[in-house]
Design a protein around this ligand. Structure first.
Ligand SMILES: Cc1cc2nc3c(=O)[nH]c(=O)nc-3n(C[C@H](O)[C@H](O)[C@H](O)COP(=O)(O)OP(=O)(O)OC[C@H]3O[C@@H](n4cnc5c(N)ncnc54)[C@H](O)[C@@H]3O)c2cc1C
Length: 373
């Protein structure tokens, strides 16, 4: 049997950060990942993930975002990898849009240095954009995107530099509580005894969370890239998140930084699970995206370049779960990121380490505990 003080299971966006943060505390840690490093089968691939602070989902996330920004910058400084691309971000919607109202509430609550633009101000700053007359928005200069693959790579490198061990290509079959620790069984039959187990299983969390009364819905969400018919880099368009009447859900996108303009609907797709995800991207996925993109940014949806099907892990209230396992406090759960978690990954890694090593985090995470279910 292998003995290890801390085991992190699942080395995607959150687990790679947790592995780095535990190792940086000087604690021996082993990371287990069923696939290869920086693989494309989970929820953390697709070249870009939006980051923003005027957080419509709940202003309670803002302190976590502030810590996430600090830690992304620290990661960049330590590894010399560019992870953040602060292109500016426009959150826009119609009068009375709940999403826009939520972004306003967060911006006001934290007195954020943002700009409030009506349709003509949007057209004046970004002539490429075509807002409807009743649409207005909040512009965050420090909004933009995180590159998920580079972030995972950087966190794994940082973890290794601090002595973390990793096992790729082998899964966790299960874990059980014992008086002398938590026993983790691997798919190759090996057993590890640890003092603390951090679970960062992404869309593979369904059974673990269902057992403790959190029904997780795994949703297929498609990303698509288009070759624009005119230059649409960060000088011509910011990252955006829009609530427009007539679209199937909120719609967001990214300027062309070499791979085309990328767009997706937020939280729109059939329910599935990690074993049965339809990974093929169909014309029926791409056409509604191309139509919505072309109306908003004429010329953006030129030739379709590529698409990717990815998975949201939706909790009933769309908020994360960061807590100890109710059956064994030596097991930390970081999951249910509900399609908006990546921007926080740097901070989630720190929180996971604090939950495991200190029993709690100084960051205000009570609203993300299991007690709410
Ligand atoms: C299409 C799409 C767009 C998104 N856009 C944004 C965005 O713009 N901004 C934002 O902030 N967030 C966004 N998100 C959400 C964000 O990407 C996720 O919240 C985040 O990637 C979740 O990371 P994770 O580490 O929990 O999951 P994953 O990265 O999937 O990691 C889980 C890991 O656990 C491993 N694993 C699972 N079970 C086992 C086991 N038994 N043994 C060993 N290994 C195991 C898996 O192989 C995987 O590597 C988006 C998500 C999707 C799908």
């Amino acid at each position: 049997m292998i003995e290890m003080p801390v085991v992190v299971c699942g080395l995607g966006g959150m687990g790679s950060a947790a592995l780095a943060r535990v190792a940086m505390r000087g604690v021996r840690v082993l990371g287990i990942e069923q696939y290869a490093p920086v693989h494309a089968f989970g929820s953390s691939s697709g070249k870009s993930r939006i980051i923003r602070r005027a957080y419509f989902e709940d202003p309670a996330y803002v302190p976590l975002l502030d810590r996430a920004y600090e830690l992304w910058r620290e990661l960049e400084a330590r590894t010399r990898a560019q992870v953040l691309h602060l292109t500016g971000l426009l959150t826009l919607g119609y009068d009375g849009s709940p999403m826009l109202a939520g972004a306003h509430a967060a911006a006001r609550a934290y007195d954020m240095d943002v700009e409030f633009w009506d349709a003509s101000a949007i057209r004046a700053r970004y002539p490429a954009l075509a807002p409807l007359d009743d649409e207005h928005g909040i512009f965050e200069r420090d909004g933009g995107f995180v590159v998920p693959e580079r972030a995972i790579e950087a966190h794994l490198a940082l973890a290794k530099d601090h002595g973390a061990q990793t096992r790729f290509g082998v899964g966790m079959r299960g874990w059980e509580s014992a008086p002398d620790g938590v026993r983790v069984t691997l798919t190759n039959g090996e057993t590890i005894r640890c003092e603390q187990l951090i679970l960062t299983l992404g869309p593979w969390f369904r059974e673990t969370l269902a057992e403790i009364g959190v029904p997780l819905v795994i949703q297929r969400n498609v990303l698509a890239w288009f070759a624009p018919r005119r230059p649409l880099g960060p000088d011509q368009m910011p990252c955006f998140l829009m609530d427009r009447r007539g679209l199937p859900s909120e719609f967001y996108g990214f300027p062309d930084v070499g791979d085309g303009v990328k767009a997706a609907f937020h939280g729109y797709g059939e329910h599935t699970d990690a074993a049965h995800l339809d990974r093929e991207v169909h014309e029926s996925d791409v056409l509604p995206l191309a139509r919505a993109l072309e109306m908003w940014i004429p010329g953006a949806a030129g030739a379709y370049r590529e698409g990717k099907a990815c998975m949201y892990s939706l909790t009933p209230d769309r908020h994360f779960v960061l807590d100890h396992h109710p059956r064994d406090a030596r097991v930390t759960i970081c999951g249910g990121f509900s399609g908006h978690g990546f921007k926080f990954a740097s901070a989630i890694g720190e929180i996971a380490a604090q939950l495991a090593l200190d029993g709690g985090s100084p960051l205000p995470i009570a609203f993300l505990s299991l007690a709410r279910f």
